[in-house]
Design a protein around this ligand. Structure first.
Ligand code: 2AM
Ligand code: CA
Ligand code: CA
Ligand code: CA
Length: 281
């Protein structure tokens, strides 16, 4: 049996079709999102569209692979502890789909066209398929373990910048910024003078996809969850980049403080964050 199929059904094809369907539906709902709720604070939003997208994704995956487990953001109680517990309970499943039905909800709510659908499939804790879909630009970023990254049928690679001074990097502010906000500000203060520029566009998954295809040289963020990172992590590594935690340790599903890059600027970026005590560790 092929590792990327079960009874002739391709995991990747299902991931692609599911992300595209959910993304198209999200785009239709842009500007008319009805019920808006605050999950924990005014920084932490959820709409009916997040929930509808997750339901659609779960149903599509279940139709094709009823025996697979699914971990989705909107199926987990808010907060870092609940997220970590949910992952721990599921990470050893033979097949686990890890889903962020809208990554960049704040952008979606404000109509800022930088949000995505992120779908990953892990086999016994290792990500083997990662798909990030940007409905605003109709761009689908696809990675398969050992097979590289494709966008619109074209093989993609990370960028070539070898020095931080030539790098365009991105970061993000996670919403429950209690402990992360000061770390982020310290990190930005230390990194800004050493890079070409910084972007903070609001979707961790899409930022990582951009690292994979060479539009960004690097990305870091403190306090993410598995569904923000899993698909993007495979995109980055399959495009020839490096994905670790902010201390430089190898990526696992449990990593929350993320450092992704083209590989060449990784150490310089890590050192800069460490020097500013902005790694979250
Ligand atoms: P979301 O839109 O799916 O919630 C922006 O910096 C990134 O942080 C986005 O990927 C966003 O994902 C994520 N994020 C938003 N709220 C968060 C929270 N309460 N805790 C951790 N991450 C969050
Ligand atoms: Ca959220
Ligand atoms: Ca997210
Ligand atoms: Ca989300």
């Amino acid at each position: 049996q092929q590792p990327f199929t079960v009874s002739g059904k391709s995991f990747t094809a299902v991931a692609i079709n599911t992300a595209a369907k959910a993304g198209e539906w999200i785009k239709l709902k842009l500007g008319s999102h009805a019920t808006l709720a605050q999950k924990s604070t005014s920084h932490d939003l959820v709409t009916e569209v997040d929930k509808g997208s997750e339901t659609m994704i779960r149903n599509l995956i279940r139709t094709h692979f009823p025996q697979h487990a699914i971990l989705g953001e909107e199926g987990v109680a808010p907060g870092a502890d609940a997220s970590a517990r949910a992952l721990k309970a599921m990470q050893d499943e033979e097949y686990l789909w890890i889903v962020d039905p809208i990554d960049g909800t704040t952008n979606f709510v404000h109509g800022f066209p930088f949000f995505s659908v992120s779908i990953a499939l892990a086999h016994r804790g290792e990500v083997i398929v990662g798909v990030v879909y940007d409905p605003s630009r109709d761009e689908l970023f696809v990675a398969e373990k050992g097979k590289g990254v494709y966008v619109k049928g074209k093989r993609m690679n990370v960028s070539a910048e070898a020095k931080l001074s030539d790098a365009l990097v991105a970061t993000g502010f996670p919403a429950d910024s209690g402990y992360a906000l000061p770390l982020n500000l310290q990190g930005i203060q230390a990194v800004a003078p050493r890079v070409r520029n910084i972007r903070v566009a609001g979707s961790a998954a899409l930022h990582m996809a951009y690292v994979a295809v060479g539009r960004l040289s690097g990305f870091w963020e403190i306090g993410l969850n598995s569904w923000d990172v899993a698909a993007g992590a495979l995109l980055v590594s399959e495009a020839g980049g490096l994905i670790t935690d902010t201390a430089g340790q190898p990526y696992t599903l449990a990593v929350r403080h993320v450092l992704a890059s083209n590989g060449k600027i990784h150490e310089e970026l890590r050192e800069t964050l460490a020097g500013a005590q902005a790694t979250g560790f």
